[in-house]
Every structure is written in C-alpha cells, then in structure tokens.
Ligand binder design. Sequence first.
Ligand SMILES: NC(=O)c1ccc[n+]([C@@H]2O[C@H](COP(=O)([O-])OP(=O)(O)OC[C@H]3O[C@@H](n4cnc5c(N)ncnc54)[C@H](O)[C@@H]3O)[C@@H](O)[C@H]2O)c1
Length: 249
Amino acid sequence: MTLLPQTRAIVTGAARKDGIGWAVAHLFILNGAQVVLIDLDQEMVQSAATELGAAGAIACDVSDQGAVRTAVAQAVAPLGGLDCVVNSAGIVNANRLSDITDADWHRMIDVNLGGTFNLLQSTIPALTEGKNASFVAISSMAGMRGGGLLGSSHYAASKAGILGLVKGAARELGPAKIRVNALAPGIVDTSMTRGKFGPDWEKMLLDQIPLGRFASPDDIAKACLFLASDLSCYMTGVTLDVNGGYFLH
Ligand SMILES: NC(=O)c1ccc[n+]([C@@H]2O[C@H](COP(=O)([O-])OP(=O)(O)OC[C@H]3O[C@@H](n4cnc5c(N)ncnc54)[C@H](O)[C@@H]3O)[C@@H](O)[C@H]2O)c1
C-alpha cells in the first residue's frame, strides 16, 4: 500500500543526499507522490531530482518572499495542483549569545522562521484546492529546550517561532481543510551534525538517548510521511517529537 497516491508535493532543503529533505522526498516518491524539490543551488537540486525521479527542481532561497512565490508557481504548474508541503530548508549556528552578530541573527530568523512563513503563505491558495492538504514544518527539539547542542539561542528562537506559527496557521487554515503541523527532530545524523560533537560528547549524548542512537534522516522522513498522509487526518497544530526519547516533556 502506498500512503501518498496522487499526492502533489513540494519539499524544500532536499538537495543533499544525506539530508532530511532528500530522505523525505525519496520516501514520498516511493509512496506514490509527485515531488518538486527546492534548494539553494540549481545544479545540486537538479541532480537530486534526477537521481530521485522527482517531478521538478527549483533553485530558490526560502528567505526571499518574492522568490518563494515564483518558485511555488513554477512547481504548482507542472504538478497541476498541490496537496502537501514539507519545509526542511534550514541553517544552524552555535555562536554564543554575545557573539551573535546582527547579520547572524537576521539570517537565522529569515531562513528558518521567515522561510517557513514564506512557504506557508505562498502555498495557501494551491493547498486550499488540494486534497488532504498538509503543511509540515521542520522545527527542532532545540525550539523547546533552548538549543544547547549545535544550535544556540538564535537557532532555538527561530525553531520555537515555527511552533507558534504552526499553531496559529492550524487554527486559521483548519476551515480551509489545510492541516499544519510541526515535526521536532532530536539529533539527526546529517551533514549538519556529523563529526561535530567529538567522541566524548557524542558518547555522553548517546548515553542520554533512551533508544541509544541518533536519528537517521529516514526516521524523520517516516514521521513526515505520517503527518503528510491520511493517517494523521485529524491532527493539526501539533508538534511531533522524533527524538528517541532524548527530550521528554
Ligand atoms: N540534523 C539535525 O540534527 C536536525 C535536528 C533538528 C532539526 N533539524 C532541522 O532539519 C532541517 C534539515 O536539516 P538537515 O540536518 O537535513 O540539514 P542539511 O544541512 O543537510 O540540509 C539543509 C538543506 O537546506 C538547504 N538550505 C539552507 N538554507 C536554505 C535557504 N535559504 N533556501 C533554500 N534551501 C536552503 C541546504 O542547502 C540543505 O540542502 C533543518 O531545518 C534543521 O534545522 C535538523
């Protein structure tokens, strides 16, 4: 059984083979979806689309509202509509509070929180016409626990902002039959984290995770598939923790 038959989807941040967005796009395609990929670099995103058998590839900086509007229109035209969006594009930074520059702060908020807003706002008209319409925002455990690993306070603020945005949007868009949910991964083995902790810190972290390992991108993609599919048809405005039990609250 495939879980996303006749589903037309956009997945952002999908150009890196070891990243969460790629894993989401891959699993969605295996489940019958047509997927258009969005990421920063045209060559990378095109090569990802070719390898994954995606329906399209668009280069776009999600922090640029005008560019996102254009990209969404470019994606929706060949898909013939839109049923699902997963915004996985994001950046991280570990600067201590006193070292965060004005530019660091604005870039973090503009990409992680602004990018989610831009995607959400630009896709409302198409999602309103979609079936089982679902928007999934990739937040982070950091948004609830205040960072403290590879992301510091501006990363935490950007990811916490997503949780508020998602709840407000879920409230407002429910009557239009658009579900809006957030996924909060714990530590995921991608280029964002790999080799960044060092052996001692890594061991300490693994000791604190009840399931005893970091997440794979596929673990996150499976939870995303659940939020995108009819299996979660009565869920909106939730934050789904996918952290192996590391952060229980
Ligand atoms: N890896 C983790 O441990 C972890 C944990 C919690 C949350 N997350 C979140 O999951 C998401 C995916 O992270 P990942 O681990 O796959 O990281 P990654 O760095 O492998 O992938 C992020 C992708 O987003 C793209 N991107 C960055 N800025 C962009 C922009 N302005 N416009 C368009 N695309 C842009 C990058 O090119 C990259 O392909 C991020 O939002 C991240 O904050 C990751």
